[in-house]
Structure formats: structure tokens, C-alpha cells
Ligand binder design. Structure first.
Ligand code: GUN
Ligand code: FE
Length: 435
């Protein structure tokens, strides 16, 4: 590689990237020219100026953009696959709240958070928006681990000052003060950025939300939270906030929505007013298919939101969701949309190409130039391979679809983050990619 001169890498590979909803661009044995971690060019033949340069040939492998997970609770990684026959509130009270209280311990937090980062990279997620817990020190540690890892991320200190158990609740003034401190300490130009993270309206008083909104305006930071995830949550929120029309109206009227990216998880039961708000402020709605099937009992009206021009992407929602790889959420999003079409007349299902777009370019858009293989974008990419059966004869696009349905991390044979090959995530048993 050195022979190519400073920071220049040239790859020859099949590749698939999705520039727009429903569109898959597939090139066979194309060339990707990368300099300083940024894609200079993607071209069918090697330009004459690179004649004689070293080219790394990936053979039958397929290069795709790295995935984005726009809604994941790093603090719930150890809960994956447990309590999955509950609905939201039972699951929170029985499993999640007791488990999250453990993050008062820094050694526990470090053990879990290191594994989360390692496992996400292993499964091809290089960009993510993370919830943590209410504990300042553990959030601070997680932020530093994310920076070391090179991932592109948003993360925030979770806020909850009511309707929460004694062992996982904050004093309102302290919650606001620690959030301001967290954001002040971590604002900067790294790939990891702080974001306001009130858990959801039912566990936040109006006073707390007002304090957080003031921080958002003053420090110019965005918001992530859960929005209309279940019918019970949506109606409880209205009882708790009688002065506001809907869940979305709370965040708009308090002034959260114009200070940075706004990421709303689930958006399963939006009212007209919510849709207007999402559209007006360019908010991102995150569909979390596994989680929706496990704990929330409802399916995001994805194609309706897309039809309104509302931004959508995908999330694992670990631990409500059980799967780590966003590639599987691509498959599940298609599956759930077909069920919704079957049971609801007038609803239109999405295609595989739509879902792949949500998991790559759409999700990546909140992090900058990531999520596509195209000029000017970071070379954050995965090489997938080993998806053909003995006797099989599939096209490149079919192999990509198979990866999302039947593949796993073993089919990700190379991972590039900012042009650098991640070496250690593939070792078995996995060692720490951070060290
Ligand atoms: N609503 C409030 N807290 C949570 C959580 O931890 N997970 C999910 N899926 N929904 C929530
Ligand atoms: Fe969640």
C-alpha cells in the first residue's frame, strides 16, 4: 500500500450503494480510489493516472457502506433476548430499570460499554446514536471509549425525574446541571457528539424538559428520545402534559427541535400534528423492527412517513430489540411492512432497496458524509463474502439481500473505518479493538 504514495489506497471490487430511497447502484469489479480515508472516485475502469499503482482486488466479495444504528441503548446490551414476551412498561419495570441501575458502578459500565463498541463494529455498525443511563460518570466514560474507537456517534446522559423507581431517578436540578456539564465537556469537533437524551415524556417533568430545552438552545445541541412508541405511552403522555396537544408538540413548543439533529425512536402512533412537526423540523424517525415486534406492539407506518417526506432510518433498539446487526433489521423492516400491508388495507409495503437505503445512506446522513460509497464520502465500508451456496448462482444484489436475511458477522470479512482496516474485531474469541 505504501507504494501508492501518501495515504492512497485502490480497491477493485463488486460494490453496492444506495443513493436514494428504493435505488440500489451495483457495480461489478469497479475501482474505489481512497485518499486519507475519503473516497476520491468510484469508477468502472482504473483512470490512467493510477496505472502501475498497487490495487487490492477483493475478487467475488461485495463492498457496501457501513451501517448506521440510529437508536440503541448501550446500557441494555446484557438484556438482549430476555423478557421478550413482555410489553413495554412491564419490560421496563421488570428488566430494564433494575439492570440500568447497575451503571452507578464504573467497572460494570466499562465492561458493558467496551463490549458494545466491539460488537457493533464486529457487526458492521460504524455510526450510531446511543442512549446510556442517568449516571454522569458512566456516560462520560462511554463518550471517551467511543472517541477512542473511531466510531461516528451521538450519545447523551439520560434524564428521568419522575415515574421512575427510587433506584433510578434524579433530582430535577441535578439532572439539568449534570447534563449541561456533560455537554460542555464533550462539545467539540470529534466524530462523537453529545445530544440531549430525556428518556421519554412520562419519566420527565415539564420543569426538567424546560431546563434541557434551554441547554439545547444555548449550546446548540439536538435531541433524541422515544416518541409515541405504544398506545399506552402516547395516552399517558397526554395525561401527564395536559397543556400540550401531542407527544411531538411538547418538544416543539419547548424549543428542542432547531438546535441540532433530532432523532425520534419508534414514531409508531403519530397524530397529524406530530407528522407536521416532524416534517417542519426535518426530524429523523427511527424504525426498530425487532423491538417493535418484541415489546411495543405496533408497526411504524414507514411508507406513510416516507410519503410525507419525513426522514426515516433504522435502529436496533437493543435491548428492546435483540439483534446487533442492522443488516438483519433491513430484512425485518421488509417483513413487518408486508404484515402491515396484509392486515391494513391501503398500506403499502417497502422494498428491500428501500430498507437498505434506510440502514446506510439515510441513517448515515445525520453523521456527515457517511453511508454511501461515493466521491467525497468517508471510506467506512464492509466487504461481505461467503454468501453463495454450493451450486448457487446468484447476482450481486441477490447476495446482498441474502446477507441481510441469512448472513451474520462471519460474512463481514473486512471492515474499513475512515479508510483504516479494523484488524482486531474479527478475532475469535474477540479481543478488544480499542487496545
Ligand atoms: N421507553 C422508555 N424507555 C425505553 C427503553 O429503554 N426502551 C424502549 N424501547 N422504549 C422506552
Ligand atoms: Fe429505545
Amino acid at each position: 500500500m505504501e507504494r501508492n504514495g501518501k495515504d492512497l489506497q485502490i480497491y477493485r471490487s463488486n460494490l453496492v450503494t444506495s443513493p436514494a430511497m428504493g435505488e440500489l447502484k451495483c457495480l461489478e469489479h469497479a475501482y474505489v480510489i481512497v485518499k486519507g480515508g475519503v473516497i476520491l472516485e468510484v469508477c468502472p475502469v482504473l483512470p490512467a493516472e493510477y496505472a502501475g499503482a498497487e490495487v487490492t482486488d477483493f475478487g467475488d466479495g461485495i463492498l457496501i457502506p457501513a451501517f448506521s444504528d440510529l437508536h440503541i441503548h448501550a446500557s441494555q446490551f446484557t438484556e438482549r433476548g430476555v423478557g421478550m414476551d413482555c410489553l413495554l412498561f412491564d419490560w421496563l419495570n421488570t428488566y430494564t430499570f433494575p439492570q440500568e441501575s447497575g451503571f452507578a458502578s464504573l467497572p460494570y459500565a466499562e465492561t458493558v460499554y467496551r463490549q458494545v463498541i466491539r460488537e457493533l463494529l464486529r457487526h458492521g455498525t460504524m455510526h450510531a446514536s446511543f442512549f446510556t443511563t442517568i449516571h454522569y460518570e458512566a456516560c462520560d466514560l462511554f463518550f471517551r471509549l467511543l472517541k477512542e474507537s473511531g466510531m461516528y456517534a451521538f450519545t447523551g446522559k439520560v434524564n428521568m425525574d419522575r415515574n421512575s423507581p427510587d433506584f433510578l431517578i434524579e433530582d430535577t436540578a441535578k439532572s439539568i446541571r449534570e447534563t449541561d456539564r456533560f455537554i460542555a465537556e464533550h462539545l467539540g469537533d470529534s466524530h462523537v457528539k453529545p445530544i440531549l437524551t430525556p428518556r421519554f415524556a412520562p419519566t420527565c417533568s415539564e420543569e426538567l424538559l424546560k431546563g434541557l430545552a434551554e441547554i439545547g438552545k444555548r449550546r446548540k445541541v439536538g435531541l433524541q428520545t422515544h416518541l409515541v412508541e405504544s398506545i399506552a405511552e402516547a395516552s399517558w403522555t397526554k395525561e401527564l402534559f395536559p397543556g400540550y396537544a401531542t407527544d411531538g408538540d411538547i418538544y416543539e413548543r419547548l424549543g428542542f427541535l432547531d438546535n441540532g439533529p433530532v432523532i425520534f425512536a419508534h414514531v409508531i402512533f403519530p397524530e397529524e400534528r406530530d407528522l407536521e412537526i416532524l416534517k417542519k423540523h426535518g426530524c429523523m424517525s427511527v424504525h426498530c423492527p425487532d423491538s417493535t415486534a418484541n415489546i411495543t406492539a405496533g408497526i411504524m407506518p414507514l411508507s406513510d412517513l416516507a410519503g410525507e417526506g419525513i426522514g426515516i432510518s433504522l435502529g436496533s433498539d437493543i435491548g428492546g430489540g435483540h439483534g446487533t446487526g442492522i443488516y438483519r433489521q433491513v430484512a425485518r423492516a421488509v417483513q413487518l411492512s408486508k404484515l402491515k400491508e396484509f392486515y391494513e388495507s391501503g398500506y403499502k409495503r417497502i422494498t428491500f432497496a428501500d430498507a437498505f437505503h434506510l440502514a446506510t445512506a439515510a441513517g448515515g446522513s445525520v453523521f456527515g458524509n457517511v453511508g454511501q460509497l461515493r466521491e467525497g464520502y468517508q471510506f467506512n465500508a464492509l466487504l461481505i463474502d461467503g454468501l453463495e451456496d454450493d451450486g448457487g448462482n446468484h447476482t450481486i444484489l441477490e447476495l446482498l439481500e441474502r446477507f441481510c436475511y441469512i448472513g451474520d458477522d462471519r460474512n463481514i470479512v473486512r471492515r474499513y473505518l475512515d479508510g483504516k482496516l479494523l484488524q482486531r474485531v474479527t478475532e475469535n474469541p474477540p479481543s478488544d479493538p480499542l487496545s
